[in-house]
Design a protein around this ligand. Sequence first.
Ligand SMILES: [Zn+2]
Length: 446
Amino acid sequence: MKRANTFDVVPQSDEDEGLLRRLLDASAALWNEINYERREHYADPDGDVWEISEYRGRYGGVLGASTVQQIERKNREAWKSFFSLRKKGEANGKPGFWGNAEEGRELRTYIRNTSYSVEWGEYSRLEILVGKDLKDEYELGHRERLRLEVRGDPNWEEYDKQGRLELFYDEQAQSFRAFQPVTIGEDHSRLAHPLASEEAALDIGANNLVACTTTTGQQYLYEGRELFERFRETTREIARLQSLLEEGRYSSHRIQRLYDRRTKRRDHAQDALARDLIERLYDEGVSTVYVGALTNVLETHWSVETNAKTHNFWAFRAFVNRLACTAEEYGISVEVRSEAWTSQECPNCGSTEDTTRHRDTLTCPCGFEGHADLVASETFLRRHQNSPSSGWRTRREASRQRQTTVTRSMARPVCLKWDNHDWLESSRSPRPNEEHTNPQVASVGR
Ligand SMILES: [Zn+2]
């Protein structure tokens, strides 16, 4: 089983930080040179992208031979994936550069699995190989490695094999980060088991990335307005730059950078969301999570254009995979189910025709008023709860179940905001569903 650890890397002195920056910057310079050469060969009808110069001579002294080899390999992988995507008609540009010398390079490197070690304990640390020239310059011993402090909670302290380490400077978090893939044998896996067999349902959107209701009566709302706005801004900027391109050109360095940044930003937020949510659900004793198939929800009240953008933003399948991978660590299963109508259904009287949605609020002539996305996740949960095989039920069945299922009362929703690093509980929670406080509704009963 493949798993990954992510952690912060903290240099303990200015010298160490200087050395680390030199190492990452030289790696980016090497990547850019290799990539430039490949792009030249690609543009040349007689060129062969797989033929590249020998770089060890110039970069080995700083990076060490094994890191030169890792960067070459990583770049080759990027081009392989470009060609295979192009075959499927999905490629959106040749592999990009890691910044440039003028505007600053992206600080990043890849270290071979045998060229680093991580130790977790009271003083957790990472030791990485650096080239001979850097050792001389920073007065490291001949056999010494650069030692850095690491902070964070590894998901996997014990593993059978460690993979190539990715080490980079995270501009948004203003810190060095490491991504360490590891392989865990079945017998060593410490997969958690769900604490109970509660269930949860997710409603996925753009303004609110995820609205979630659990059978324990918890509700979570992950705010996405700002993230989505930034995504749209970058998308507009890409379109503007594309319209300025000379005829016959499809992309540029800047456009590629924007694509990359847009993707990284989203992936970062999605990864963190999946982990934050699954950990909360695990604590609630959830064993099954229902995720609505996105198309149905969007078609009902969103324009085609917004639909396309949301799809693009969410990379829905990728997000569900991410969620499923994280859930697997906790023994939680993720099931994609039809979500038709749930976003318009009144949880009180079952009407779908008479309800109206204005911004985040769903109102019904019967007197119900509540947060639309949270209500949708609640309705969706009720529809699939304890019925793993039904998938779809008729309105009448749904309405009968509504009358017979004892729904525990909902706690005040937990509202989470992205601060570019973590999802933090926001003090400004949405109003809980009015059904518990609105006397008019209370008199209708369930
Ligand atoms: Zn109603």
